[in-house]
Write a protein that binds this ligand. Sequence first.
Ligand SMILES: NC(=O)c1ccc[n+]([C@@H]2O[C@H](COP(=O)([O-])OP(=O)(O)OC[C@H]3O[C@@H](n4cnc5c(N)ncnc54)[C@H](O)[C@@H]3O)[C@@H](O)[C@H]2O)c1
Length: 336
Amino acid sequence: MKKELHIGIIGCGAVAQIIHLPILKRMAGIKIKAICDVDKRKILAIKEKYGIESAYTDLKKFFVENEFDAVMILTPTNTHKEIAEISAEYCKSLFIEKPVARTYKETEELRKFLEKKNVNVMVGFNMRFRPDAMLMKSLVEAKEFGEPYLVRVGWFRPRSSTQSWFVNKSYAGGGVIMDLAINIVDLAMWMLNYPDIYSVTAYNFYHTTKNVEDSSTAMIKTKTDQVINFEVSWVLSNENEFFYFNLFGKEGVGLLNPLRVFKQVGTSQMELMDHHRTTSANLYLKSYENELKHFFAAVNGLGKWVSTINEASARMRLIEAIYKSAQTNKEIKLST
Ligand SMILES: NC(=O)c1ccc[n+]([C@@H]2O[C@H](COP(=O)([O-])OP(=O)(O)OC[C@H]3O[C@@H](n4cnc5c(N)ncnc54)[C@H](O)[C@@H]3O)[C@@H](O)[C@H]2O)c1
């Protein structure tokens, strides 16, 4: 039966304040029971602003003094593993912002630990919850495009955080790949129903950064002869964000945003659907809202766990191959 869920939030920085807290606050059936952050001034201000019962700087106290149905980990990436392992002792439903950890190895260690503790995890890959992407996915499933053979996806925007940890490999795990590419590669893999990967060829660029890449492009080949091409950059953009996702199938083509659908009829293509362009801001906000609705439905036993840590770990393996290919200037083959 559906009940009011008591939520704990760990980490009250940019993504919590801009995205999650405002959405949670207006969601029916959700109560933010307590927040925790190492920055005392910040949590006191947020506690006041959102009318939250309790705020903590001590993680242990946060757990000992509360009972949570679910906990959201929204801290810098280097802290995810340790915080998730502590959280697992007290709560069996976790949401961890992407990237789940800095490396494939760290992700696998966490995945195995949480599996042993019987903890359910959703990782915050919000792009697959964009309304236009969800509609495109249903068309892919209905075979409207025939068998997809190529995805071209690109994302150009300023980096998602201005904090210094975000451009430090030992904290963030990497640069624009960990910020943007990981999310659109997840979107492509989800859209293609998780094909096995054959190989990766990638190039990284360091135009404005030294410690992490600020631009990257790669070709990912699957064992079923599909290709995913991506390009991402924090710097190769004008002031406007630019995102595209083009899926080519043997019988049609789907484009985002706006969602446009073309079907092959004889030798020509016929346009079947032309949705009005929705602003990126709206699609983003909606993607996070949909993501959280899925999370809470799963916590409540009313829906399936999606975007799990198993899936996130598979994405991290691919990300590791992307870095390796860029470093060695070689095609990297993934074994099964
Ligand atoms: N899905 C998305 O679109 C998206 C967008 C932005 C950020 N993110 C991810 O969200 C996470 C947070 O990013 P952000 O931009 O909000 O970072 P941020 O630096 O703005 O905020 C992090 C917060 O965590 C707090 N913190 C640090 N260490 C802590 C600890 N040990 N215990 C408790 N609190 C601690 C900091 O004081 C800060 O308030 C990162 O993993 C990032 O990659 C995801």
